[in-house]
Write a protein that binds this ligand. Structure first.
Ligand code: PEP
Ligand code: MG
Length: 316
C-alpha cells in the first residue's frame, strides 16, 4: 500500500473569522478514497468515475460499477461524495464510446454529450450509482461533466432523479454554462466549477499543449470573471452551492480568491489539503473578498497572482 506521509490537516477548512469552507478531495479509485479520508478530507468533491471505464474494451457491468463506487462510499460513511458521471472524450478517450477521428476532440462529443451518440450508458451508470448509494451511508451527490446549456442541466437532473438519486448538479467547465449558471441552478441542486476545462475553453487554449501554458492559467482574470459569473448566478438561485474541483483549488493563494468570489467548497488532491487550509486560516472573509477584487481587476494572470501573493505574507 501507499504509505506516503501527508502534512497534517486538522480536518476542517475555515477562515480566521470562523467562516467555513469545507475542504474535499478529488478521488480516482477506492484506494485513493481511503488515502483521502485518512488525510482528513471532509468528503469527496469529485469522484472521477473514468477509473472504472478507462482501459476497458466494453462497458463495465452493473455489478462491477456498483462495487467500484461502493468502495469509495465506504471510505466516506456519513460524508458527502460528489460523483461525476463518465467524462470520456478529448483528453480521456474511450474506444467504445468516443470517436478519436474527430477533428477537434475537445470541442466534440465528450462528457455528457456522449449520451447523444451512445444512449443507455449514462442511465445504466446512474442506476449503478443509485444501487451503491443504497448500500452505503455516504451522502451521495451526482453531477454531469461538460454541460453547456440549462436544457442539458434539466435533462440530466431529471435522469438522475429518475434513477433514484436525490441531489443532482452539473459541472461548470464551459463558458456558456458559467454565463447562464443562474438558469442552470434553477433546474438542478448545485454546480461544481472545473477550472481545468473552464480555463481551456475561456482562453481557447488546449490544456494538453505545454506551449500554451501561460494562457492555460486559472489566474487569468477572464477565468476569474467566469467564476464570479457563476457565483452571481448561484446568488440569484437561492444561494445554491458552488464548488470548485479543478486544480485551481489546490493553489493556496488562488483558493483564497475563489472563496472571496463566493465559492462554497473546494475540492483538491489530498496533498493540497494541509497547505490550502493553513493559508485560509490567515484571512477573514472580508480580506478574501478584497483579494478576489484585486485579482479580478488585474490585467494579466501574472499580475493577479503577484498582487494577491504580496498580501499573503506567509506564502514566502
Ligand atoms: C476540470 O476540468 O477542471 C475537472 C475537474 O475535470 P477534469 O480535469 O477531469 O477534466
Ligand atoms: Mg473537466
Amino acid at each position: 500500500a501507499n504509505r506516503e506521509v501527508l502534512p497534517d490537516f486538522s480536518g476542517t477548512g475555515e477562515l480566521s473569522d470562523g467562516y467555513r469552507v469545507p475542504l474535499l478531495s478529488n478521488v480516482g479509485s477506492g484506494e485513493d478514497a481511503q488515502l483521502a479520508a485518512a488525510a482528513g478530507a471532509e468528503g469527496v468533491g469529485l469522484l472521477r468515475t473514468e477509473f472504472c471505464f478507462l482501459g476497458k474494451e466494453k462497458e463495465p457491468t452493473h455489478e462491477e460499477q456498483v462495487a467500484a463506487y461502493g468502495a469509495v462510499f465506504a471510505a466516506f460513511a456519513g460524508k458527502k461524495v460528489v460523483v461525476r458521471t463518465l467524462d470520456a472524450g478529448a483528453d480521456k478517450p474511450l474506444p467504445f464510446l468516443t470517436d478519436a477521428s474527430e477533428p477537434n476532440p475537445a470541442l466534440g462529443v465528450r462528457g455528457y454529450r456522449t449520451d447523444m451518440t451512445s444512449p443507455g450508458v449514462l442511465e445504466r451508470q446512474l442506476k449503478a450509482i443509485a444501487q451503491a448509494t443504497s448500500e452505503h451511508e455516504a451522502d451521495v451527490w451526482v453531477m454531469a461533466p461538460m454541460i453547456s446549456t440549462p436544457a442539458e442541466a434539466q435533462d440530466f437532473a431529471q435522469m438522475a432523479r429518475g434513477a433514484g438519486l436525490a441531489t443532482a448538479g452539473t459541472m461548470i467547465e464551459v463558458p456558456s454554462a458559467a454565463v447562464l449558471a443562474g438558469q442552470i441552478l434553477q433546474r438542478c441542486d448545485f454546480v461544481s466549477i472545473g477550472t481545468n476545462d473552464l480555463t481551456q475553453y475561456t482562453m481557447a487554449a488546449d490544456r494538453q499543449l505545454g506551449t500554451l501554458a501561460e494562457l492555460n492559467d486559472p489566474w487569468q482574470p477572464a477565468v476569474l470573471h467566469m467564476v464570479a459569473a457563476t457565483t452571481a448566478g448561484a446568488q440569484s438561485a437561492d444561494g445554491k452551492p458552488v464548488g470548485v474541483c479543478g486544480e485551481a483549488a489546490a493553489d493556496p493563494a488562488l483558493a483564497v480568491v475563489l472563496v472571496g468570489l463566493g465559492v462554497t467548497t473546494l475540492s483538491m488532491n489530498k496533498r493540497a489539503l494541509a497547505p490550502v487550509s493553513a493559508v485560509l486560516r490567515t484571512v477573514d472573509f472580508a480580506k478574501a473578498q478584497r483579494l478576489a477584487q484585486l485579482a479580478l481587476d488585474a490585467p494579466s494572470a501574472e499580475l493577479a497572482r503577484s498582487a494577491v501573493r504580496a498580501e499573503l505574507s506567509e506564502l514566502d
